[in-house]
Design a protein around this ligand. Structure first.
Ligand code: CA2
Length: 151
């Protein structure tokens, strides 16, 4: 059975590469997902990449991760990171090692972005690396769960 990592992207991340490139860069969500699939494969992992603009659907994805015995979650919950106790609670409930990713450096932006509910349920957080943050997050998750790079 392959070990699966869920890569979950939240609201507005489908606009990556299409708007505000000065903040979010030029890469698209399809580029992010390709990067995640390739990076996961280097560690013998399978990336199951999902996007939703809806809080409840993101919660359903987290429950799916538990139901399918996913070994990790990479989460960019977008604006819900800063507002969603429900997403926090879903992550705590499933107890799957999670890394939070933000494309932009949320700490150098508006004050309302500087708190993350979801980060409190993650074992690590990365922000400000652009889409490379997803690659770093999968690599860090692989180390955490003992998945080594494939020859
Ligand atoms: O930096 C990140 O990855 C964010 O999670 C992106 C969220 C924002 O609400 C968070 O504070 C930080 C927003 C999604 C991006 O919205 C876009 C709008 C236009 C173009 C591209 C993305």
């Amino acid at each position: 059975m392959p070990q699966t990592v869920y890569v979950l992207n939240g609201p507005n991340l489908n606009l990556l590469g299409l708007r505000e490139p000065e903040i979010y860069g030029h890469a698209t969500l399809a580029d992010v997902e390709r990067l995640c699939v390739e990076t996961a494969a280097r560690f013998g992992l399978v990336a199951d990449c999902r996007h939703s603009n809806h809080e409840g659907e993101l919660i359903d994805f987290i429950h799916d991760a538990h139901a399918t015995k996913a070994v990790g979650i990479i989460l960019n919950a977008g604006g819900y990171s800063h507002t969603s106790v429900a997403l926090h609670d879903a992550l705590v409930a499933v107890r799957i090692p999670t890394v939070e990713v933000h494309v932009s450096n949320i700490h150098a932006r508006e004050s309302f972005r500087q708190h993350s509910f979801t980060a409190k349920a993650a074992f690590a957080s990365l922000c400000g690396f652009g889409i490379d943050g997803y690659r770093l997050a999968i690599s860090g998750l692989a180390a955490k769960i003992g998945a080594s790079a494939q020859a």
